[in-house]
Design a protein around this ligand. Structure first.
Ligand SMILES: Cc1cc2nc3c(=O)[nH]c(=O)nc-3n(C[C@H](O)[C@H](O)[C@H](O)COP(=O)(O)O)c2cc1C
Length: 218
């Protein structure tokens, strides 16, 4: 058997692969993913904490974030029952705890208690946040959308709180946040080198032909 050349493409067809195998590929190419540490309360009052890496901003105005429950999990059930939740940033310092809150504890068990993650009340919603996480996003349930085996949860952001020590010039700064991200398989990532670049307005682009020439390698 000859091995494929380095730039020859390997093809993955969801129609021709077991769902689980394609999921592994998908998770390996949509990377890195931020992790929402979702804290919700069950109807019986149990505080639930679970990581969800299918997480992003869904809307700017009004501010809405989204996470996806693959299957019907406790976080989804709780959010549907109470209409409120928080999302804490997942700091490097709590790596093992974050992973352990992804354990499939039964609904009457609190992951936070099992893993020693300290919770404290949020500001504007009747849910807890992670006390040792520098950022908490407080949400009211906006809506859910069912897609196949998954449910996308949209949360209207009512409040964000951040530790004073991570805020500079009016925004939390990445060098202080040190968030973990999720990759494929069991791989996780820390923040590597941070690059900075300003967006190029079209007016600048048209006035200065050297910008395009440099990018095109001219
Ligand atoms: C880093 C990480 C990211 C995860 N991302 C998701 C996700 O986006 N969606 C999902 O349904 N499960 C995800 N999981 C698995 C859930 O956290 C796991 O099923 C957990 O038990 C769900 O908890 P709950 O039933 O209390 O909601 C992830 C697990 C880890 C460790």
């Amino acid at each position: 058997m000859t091995s494929p050349g380095a730039r020859e493409r390997v093809h993955f067809d969801p129609a021709a692969m077991p769902t689980r195998d394609f999921y592994r590929v998908l998770n390996s190419v949509v990377v890195p993913r931020p992790i929402a540490w979702v804290c919700s309360r069950s109807a019986a009052g149990v505080h639930n904490l679970a990581p969800h890496s299918f997480y992003t901003v869904a809307c700017v105005d009004p501010p809405v974030v989204q996470f996806t429950s693959v299957g019907r999990k406790d976080s989804l059930r709780n959010v549907e029952a109470t209409g409120e939740f928080t999302i804490s940033l997942t700091p490097e310092a709590l790596f093992e705890q974050i992973n352990a809150t992804g354990t499939d504890f039964p609904p009457d068990h609190s992951e936070a208690e099992h893993t020693g993650v300290r919770l404290e009340p949020a500001e504007t919603v009747d849910a807890m946040r992670v006390a040792d996480s520098p950022v908490s996003v407080e949400c009211e349930l906006h809506s859910t959308v069912r897609l196949g085996d998954s449910t996308v949860v949209f949360g209207r952001v009512r409040h964000i709180s951040a530790w004073a020590e991570v805020v500079q010039d009016g925004r939390p700064r990445i060098e202080h946040l040190r968030p973990l991200a999720r990759l494929g398989g069991n791989e996780w990532a820390t923040i590597g080198e941070v690059l900075e670049i300003a967006r190029i307005p079209f007016t600048t682009w048209s006035e200065d032909p050297s910008i395009g020439e440099r990018l095109r390698g001219g």
